[in-house]
Design a protein around this ligand. Structure first.
Ligand SMILES: C[S@@+](CC[C@H](N)C(=O)[O-])C[C@H]1O[C@@H](n2cnc3c(N)ncnc32)[C@H](O)[C@@H]1O
Length: 331
C-alpha cells in the first residue's frame, strides 16, 4: 500500500515537472534531485544558479509571482541623493594605501581578508565602500558587498513558513551572503499595502540615532559618518521621508529569507554612491559560521504591536523560527 502511495506521489511529481517543462518554466533536462522544481530562480541573472526544491506540498511549482532582479530599482517618486560629492580618485587596486579612499570614511577598515574571501569584521552602523564614481576597479577590496552571490543557495519549501533559503556550502562568519534587492519606495506610499510580507524598512538612521528601541551597533565608536551626515543637519534628516525596499513584485533571493529570533545573518547598511543614510543599501552578512543545509535567517526587527491593519487594528503574526529564545511573534 505504502509502495503504491510512493508511486502515486512520484507520478504526481513527474506530471508537475512535465507541465512546467511544457510551460518553459524549468529546464528540459531531467532532474537528478527528485524534488527540484526549478533549476535557477534567477534564470541566469546570478553567477551561481539558485535551485528551488519542494518536498512538502503541491503549492505553486515555483515562487514565480515576482520578477527576479539583481540591482535595486527606484520608484518614480523617489529622489536618490546626489552622488556628485561621493567617490575616490584611487587607481586600480591602490585603495588600501590611499589616504583619500572612500574606505577611510569608516572609522576602522571594515573587512579582513581570509583566503579568497573578504569578511566583515563585525556589524557596524554603516559601512562605506567604493562605488560607481570611484577611480578604482571592480577588484578593489572596498567593494565587498557588491560582489554578488558567492555561495550556492537553495530556495525550498518549509512546512510552516512557506518558502525559505538554505545554503549548500559552508559560509564563514562575516562573509557576504547577498544584498536585499527590490524597489526603493517611500514608506508612506506603502502604508496602505494590504500585506507587508516583502517590505523591508531601511532603518540605518534610526539605528544611528537609537530611535524606536534600536541600539547603535558599536556604542563606543565615534560615528564615522558624522561629518557627512552633517551636510544636512539632524533636523532636516529627521524630517525627510522614510524609505523601504519592496520585494513583493521585483526582488532577489533575499526575498525568501525568513525571520529568526536567533538568526545566522545580520543586515548591514552600506553606502557606496551617496551619503543619504535613509537610502542605504541593505546587505546580509553571516553572523556566525553556517554549515551546509542550514536555513539562512535574519532578525526582521519588528517591534511587537507595531504593525496595524487598514482599520488601525494591531496585527499579529506567530513566529515559527523554533529557537529556544523565540519571541513567539514576528510582530
Ligand atoms: C520576506 S517573506 C519570507 C519568505 C516567505 N516565507 C515566502 O514563502 O515567500 C516574509 C514572510 O515569511 C513568513 N515568515 C518569515 N519568517 C517566519 C517565521 N519565523 N515564522 C513564521 N512565518 C515566517 C511570514 O509570512 C512573513 O511575512
Amino acid at each position: 500500500m505504502s509502495e503504491l502511495k510512493g508511486c502515486d506521489n512520484l507520478i504526481k511529481k513527474l506530471r508537475r515537472v512535465a507541465i512546467n517543462v511544457a510551460e518553459g518554466q524549468i529546464s528540459r533536462a531531467p532532474s537528478i534531485h527528485p524534488f527540484l522544481i526549478c533549476r535557477d530562480l534567477s534564470y541566469g541573472l546570478e553567477a551561481i544558479p539558485i535551485p528551488v526544491t519542494n518536498e512538502i506540498d503541491d503549492s505553486p511549482i515555483t515562487p514565480i509571482d515576482f520578477t527576479y532582479i539583481t540591482s535595486i530599482q527606484v520608484a518614480k517618486n523617489v529622489k536618490v541623493p546626489s552622488s556628485d560629492d561621493y567617490g575616490c580618485q584611487c587607481k586600480g587596486n591602490s585603495c588600501r594605501i590611499n589616504k583619500t579612499c572612500c574606505f577611510r570614511l569608516n572609522n576602522m577598515y571594515p573587512y579582513v581578508r581570509r583566503g579568497n574571501c573578504s569578511r566583515l569584521v563585525g556589524a557596524r552602523d554603516i559601512v562605506f565602500e567604493c562605488g560607481p564614481r570611484c577611480g578604482c576597479g571592480p577588484d578593489c577590496g572596498s567593494r565587498v558587498s557588491q560582489k554578488g552571490l558567492q555561495y550556492q543557495l537553495e530556495v525550498y519549501r518549509t512546512s510552516n513558513k512557506g518558502w525559505a533559503v538554505r545554503t549548500r556550502n559552508f559560509i564563514p562568519i562575516g562573509a557576504l551572503v547577498c544584498e536585499v534587492v527590490g524597489v526603493l519606495k517611500r514608506t508612506e506610499d506603502l502604508e496602505n499595502a494590504s500585506h507587508n510580507d516583502y517590505i523591508i524598512e531601511i532603518d540605518c538612521w534610526e539605528t544611528i540615532k537609537e530611535i524606536g528601541g534600536r541600539k547603535k551597533r558599536l556604542p563606543d565608536e565615534p560615528l564615522p559618518a558624522k561629518i557627512f551626515l552633517g551636510q544636512k543637519d539632524d533636523e532636516t534628516t529627521k524630517n525627510e521621508p522614510e524609505f523601504c525596499i519592496d520585494c513583493s513584485s521585483f526582488g532577489n533571493v533575499a526575498r525568501f529569507i525568513n525571520h529568526s529570533c536567533d538568526p545566522n545573518l545580520f543586515v548591514q547598511c552600506v553606502l557606496n554612491s551617496h551619503y543619504g543614510v535613509k537610502q542605504a543599501r541593505l546587505v546580509l552578512f553571516a553572523g556566525r559560521n553556517i554549515r551546509p543545509k542550514q536555513e539562512l535567517t535574519y532578525d526582521y526587527g519588528y517591534r511587537l504591536d507595531s504593525v496595524v491593519d487598514a482599520d488601525g487594528k494591531i496585527k499579529q503574526l506567530p513566529c515559527y523560527c523554533g529557537e529556544a529564545t523565540c519571541r513567539k511573534r514576528l510582530y
